[in-house]
Design a protein. Structure first.
Ligand SMILES: Nc1ncnc2c1ncn2[C@@H]1O[C@H](COP(=O)(O)OP(=O)(O)O)[C@@H](O)[C@H]1O
Ligand SMILES: [Mg+2]
Length: 236
């Protein structure tokens, strides 16, 4: 019954989050448009004005008049720099409301999706947004590395991500249907994931996914750490 309730609650959270995401998307579209206008029109005009003033200063020859004009050119340059900074800030995701962990995990998925060439299937279970900071931080890193590996090495056509938090354990599983991991000698990203697991007293496990069809193809990465008191002991 508790599981049923948790699932209901997580559906409700998901819906609320989808609504917030739509609102955010509309806001970002508007910012995008303003940033593009500033960049394409305002900066270009200021730049052109600066150039013609510079040409004017050259015809004036050295003297106080030319100095005034060149001073104005400097002001225009400063203004352009300020506008560029404003454009950069407009393009940042609004940070007034801190992003929940689920949203940040989905950001990671969205980052890697172009490299994959298809959308990963993502499943959440349990109370993801209330994980301790240290676990959240590592979870984000693990997801990014696992999906990046799939994009770089697997030649997969599908990826499934499952992120499951219970009161006592956090597990992330990433399965792809690619070429399989084989016996790789050199390991860098995976070594870091192993280290990130061990730090929490957890494990990194790699192998072929159990497909049920009898012919294992692809890669399954399972990263799992204990939560709760065990984790607190580690951090103390
Ligand atoms: N999903 C995957 N499918 C196939 N091969 C993989 C996958 N993930 C990792 N590998 C193999 O394991 C090796 C080690 O991975 P990693 O430690 O992340 O290093 P890197 O990604 O820098 O090569 C990769 O070079 C690749 O050969
Ligand atoms: Mg890697």
């Amino acid at each position: 019954m508790a599981t049923g309730f948790a699932n209901q609650a997580s559906v409700a959270l998901e819906l609320a989050r989808a609504r917030a995401d739509r609102h955010r998307a509309a806001l970002l579209d508007e910012r995008e448009r303003i940033a593009a206008d500033l960049h394409d029109h305002v900066i270009q005009r200021l730049f052109a004005s600066g150039l013609s003033l510079q040409a004017l200063a050259a015809t004036l020859g050295p003297g106080p008049a030319a100095d005034r004009v060149l001073g104005t050119v400097d002001d225009l340059d400063t203004t352009i720099t300020q506008i560029r900074t404003a454009i950069f800030q407009l393009q940042q995701v609004p940070s007034a409301t801190p992003r929940g962990l689920r949203a940040r995990l989905l950001d990671v998925v969205a980052d890697v999706t172009p490299a994959l060439g298809f959308d990963p299937a993502v499943r959440f279970a349990g109370l993801i947004d209330t994980l301790p900071d240290a676990a959240s931080h590592d979870l984000l890193a693990v997801l990014r590395e696992a999906l990046t590996n799939t994009a770089r090495h697997a030649q997969a056509t599908a990826v499934e991500v499952a992120i499951i938090a219970t009161a006592r354990r956090l597990t992330v599983e990433v399965r792809d249907d690619g070429v399989g991991i084989g016996d790789t000698g050199r390991r860098s990203g995976l070594a870091h994931l192993q280290h990130r697991a061990e730090r929490h007293g957890g494990t990194l496990d790699l192998g072929p996914p159990e497909t049920g069809s009898g012919d294992p193809a692809g890669t399954r990465l399972t990263w799992s750490i204990p939560l709760g008191e065990a984790d607190l002991d580690q951090l103390a």
